[in-house]
Design a protein around this ligand. Structure first.
Ligand code: CTP
Length: 400
């Protein structure tokens, strides 16, 4: 989550039952490298303790315009913030902010800031649907404030309905999107993820160890940078937030059909999937039974999807392959780059500890047509995805 590193985020918490979820949001933001300054309203302190936030955030809690160490804390808080996040935002807080009433430190900070503001409403359904709240939110949106819509679910007092605070991961992803440079806005990125499964019979398949995590990380990073993402996937991991359309596939042939169709209008295609190189020539329609003896399974090569894309690449498209190697990393990757007519190839030595299949980390070398290889040491797959997309974006022609 590189976008949050070193960013100063004022986390405003107002007094609703969902205030307890702000603790989790605070922790996630800090974990992602942000400098989090918690500002609680008096109401929030009825629901959550100052100590919890002070311990988890980057600075102690502030909640008053008057008894803090400095005389006018809101101007410094507002001016120095990269982003102000209000989670949860009660109807009162939304109303005061819309009307420009700076009755406490949080509303004063909201009025004193020129930074991007994200408001995450949470309240009972009746309040959420009240025209006063909806009109206030429409006004805030018009002024450039981003409203992270609440969800449906269990509310305080056991009621079920609309108005529940958005999930912490949704809110953190919205913060990240707001802070990231949207260098892929208006672009389409096609990503493949996971290992293909080639049927032997009605119940058995030839599979491989790919988890799909690296492909999903590329999709998540591209979406966070504003791209429309098409994720052609053989696995069912949580769909990354943003504009991501998943096309589920199973075999190399399915993947080829989907990728060929989707790649036509794409600016960047990233083949992170582990495509089976061989498949049974004639999969049995039913289950192969043991009493027929040990079967001989004849294999044939699958289509090389990436080589097909390279041969028919539209002008201006950036084509990225992956290469899982166990020896001669650089030489093997460079020869694949040439053979498949790629712009970039991301090579990983899967014999190294912590690298490749099933790990949450990866270490890669990005080999380019022009320029030295870029070496990315062992780190999270999202960080690797960022480096891959940085290299791809550098090759995109500027928009007309
Ligand atoms: N790939 C593909 N279609 C295939 C096999 C691989 O599109 N039938 C893609 C993979 O998604 C990856 C790249 O080609 O982006 C390299 O895959 P890899 O298996 O490392 O290379 P191969 O071409 O299969 O070569 P080898 O197995 O001999 O190393």
């Amino acid at each position: 989550m590189g976008a949050l590193v070193g960013k100063r985020i004022v986390l405003g918490v107002s007094g609703g039952i969902a205030a307890y979820k702000a603790i989790e949001i605070c922790r996630r933001l800090v974990d992602a490298g942000a400098h989090v300054v918690p500002v609680l309203t008096k109401g929030a302190e009825h629901f959550v303790g100052r100590t919890t936030f002070s311990a988890l955030a980057s600075e102690p809690v502030q909640s008053s315009l008057w008894d803090e160490a400095e005389p006018i804390p809101h101007t410094r808080l507002g001016q120095s913030a990269d982003l102000v996040l209000v989670a949860p935002a009660t109807a009162r807080l939304i109303g005061a902010y819309t009307a420009g009433i700076s009755s406490d430190l949080l509303t004063a900070t909201l009025l004193a800031t020129r930074a991007k503001v994200l408001v995450c409403p949470a309240m009972h359904t009746e309040m959420w649907e009240h025209p006063a709240v909806q009109e206030n939110l429409a006004t805030l949106r018009r002024r450039g404030v981003e409203v992270v819509a609440p969800e449906s679910g269990r509310l305080a007092g056991g009621d079920i309905g609309h108005g529940r605070l958005a999930a912490p991961e949704t809110i953190v992803a919205a913060v990240e999107r707001a802070l990231v440079e949207p260098d892929l806005r208006g672009r389409t990125v096609v990503v493949t993820a996971g290992g293909t499964r080639e049927p032997i019979d009605a119940v058995r398949v030839i599979a491989n160890r790919s988890s799909g995590k690296q492909g999903y990380a590329v999709a998540a990073e591209a979406a966070a940078r504003g791209a429309r993402v098409v994720l052609v996937s053989t696995v069912t991991l949580p769909v990354p937030p943003g504009e991501v359309r998943v096309v589920p596939v199973e075999t190399a042939a399915d993947m080829q059909a989907a990728v060929q169709a989707e790649a036509l209008g794409a600016d960047i295609v990233v083949m992170a999937a582990a495509v089976a190189d061989f498949r049974p020539v004639a999969p049995a329609a039913g289950k192969i039974k043991k009493d027929g003896g040990v079967p001989e399974i004849r294999l044939e090569p699958t289509p090389d999807i990436l080589a097909g894309l390279g041969a028919n690449k539209p002008a201006g498209q950036v084509l990225v392959g992956f290469a899982a190697e166990t020896s001669d990393l650089h030489a093997n990757a460079s020869s694949k780059l040439e053979r498949k007519r790629l712009d970039l190839i991301v090579a990983n030595d899967v014999s190294q500890p912590g690298v490749g299949f099933h790990h949450d980390t990866n270490a890669v070398t990005i080999v380019r047509r022009v320029g030295d290889p870029i070496s990315v040491g062992l780190r999270g797959k999202r960080e690797v995805a960022k480096a891959v997309l940085d290299a791809a974006v550098a090759l995109l022609a500027p928009r007309q």
